[in-house]
Design a protein around this ligand. Structure first.
Ligand code: MHO
Length: 212
């Protein structure tokens, strides 16, 4: 049913893409996520082993009536260090999908710079997005093979297109927390065994942050 609600895209690069896949996956208003490569030279085909001049990126499909782009931008800024210098693969980018996203991204960048921060983040139009290899999609969730099998999540496309996979990839590493998990879990239509399996990880990892 979430395919029938209005949705918009957002694309960010903020270091290793496994972390934002979990960070955003269980965030309110996120419908689906995919990880991949963005912002490189047109005509070059990036892969994880040969990423060319692309960045690791997260692409979100979100419900703008539940979460605003400004709220997503706040998550972007709050969950990586935009002043740290990395090779291009892990650099900080906001790839905008329309003029309003561009204006809001520029506003928030300006606010950071006004605080005296030496922010390296670049803002560019979203171009072609190349999906990463299947094993990178919902990476944290994929570490729970039996759960994925029980949920019928078998292929990379399953991982990319499933709302449940997006939510659980966050919850399984504690993102979103137990209160939010309990309040939304009935909507995910999981069986009791799956719920209690996931629930123990939400409790275990809540508040521990993300690593790559
Ligand atoms: N530290 C991770 C980075 C993976 S990320 C998808 C590794 O050792 O593979 O770039």
């Amino acid at each position: 049913h979430y395919l029938n609600i209005p949705s918009e895209k957002a694309t960010f690069s903020m270091g290793c893409f496994w972390a934002p896949d979990s960070l955003f996956g269980s965030f309110p208003g996120i419908i689906t996520t995919r990880v991949g490569y963005a912002g490189g030279t047109e005509g070059l085909i990036p892969t994880y082993r040969n990423i060319c001049d692309y960045t690791e990126a997260i692409q979100l499909q979100y419900d703008p009536n539940t979460v605003s782009y400004l709220e997503l931008l706040k998550m972007f800024w709050d969950h990586h260090d935009p002043t740290a210098e990395f090779k291009k693969q892990y650099s900080s980018f906001i790839y905008y999908h329309n003029d309003q996203q561009k204006a809001e991204a520029e506003l928030t960048l300006y606010e950071k710079k006004a605080k005296g921060l030496d922010v390296l983040t670049k803002i560019e139009p979203a171009g072609q997005f190349f999906n990463a290899e299947d094993y990178h999609q919902k990476y944290r969730l994929q570490q729970h093979k039996n759960l994925c099998n029980d949920l019928g999540l078998k292929t990379g496309d399953d991982m990319i297109n499933s709302h449940v996979a997006a939510r659980l990839n966050g919850y399984i590493v504690g993102q979103g927390g137990i209160e939010q998990f309990d309040s939304e879990v009935s909507k995910l239509r999981l069986d009791e065994a799956a719920i209690s399996y996931i629930r123990q990880f939400v409790i275990k990892y809540e508040g521990q942050g993300l690593h790559c």
